[in-house]
Design a protein around this ligand. Structure first.
Ligand SMILES: [Zn+2]
Length: 150
């Protein structure tokens, strides 16, 4: 009953959908899918925001996909053209991830409403409360803990 399906998929004994499979082929195709998926992630983020944006997932998918494809090119293809095309692009991907991380760390959380504000903001975007430095926050906390009436 499933003979026709088997015939379509395995039309040549050692092939599946016309492709000769092996572990490195799986790595290579996985790399292709991951690398290709980043375009949909970026497109979706842009449509959602109605503004061109590059989400952090784009850089993670770029990094993972290009490393899988580099491994495939290095250990299975032995093709200098393909090796070269994936040998260096991890550098800007990693750099973007580092800069993103630093930016995240430098963002300020409003103590009053919890809004995440851009680094070095003086005032909260949402409620307008003064966003001081950590010394300011410590001074405020010390002030608040003084007994009433002193
Ligand atoms: Zn606020």
């Amino acid at each position: 009953m499933m003979d026709w399906l088997h015939h379509v998929l395995f039309w040549n004994q050692d092939r599946f959908i016309g492709i000769e499979w092996g572990w490195w082929k799986v790595v290579g195709w996985l790399g292709n899918f991951v690398f290709f998926a980043r375009f949909f992630v970026q497109w979706y983020a842009t449509e959602k925001r109605k503004q061109v944006v590059v989400p952090v997932a784009f850089w993670w998918l770029s990094l993972l996909g290009s490393l899988l494809l580099l491994a495939y090119a290095l250990f299975s293809l032995h093709n200098s053209v393909i090796i070269f095309s994936y040998a260096f692009n991890w550098i800007p991907y990693v750099r973007n991830l580092i800069i993103h991380r630093r930016h995240e760390d430098a963002q300020l959380k409003c103590p009053a409403c919890g809004q995440i504000c851009p680094p070095k903001s003086n005032f909260c975007l949402k409620c307008g409360v003064r966003l001081g430095t950590q010394e300011d926050a410590a001074r405020l906390a010390a002030h608040d803990s003084r007994p009433a009436g002193s």
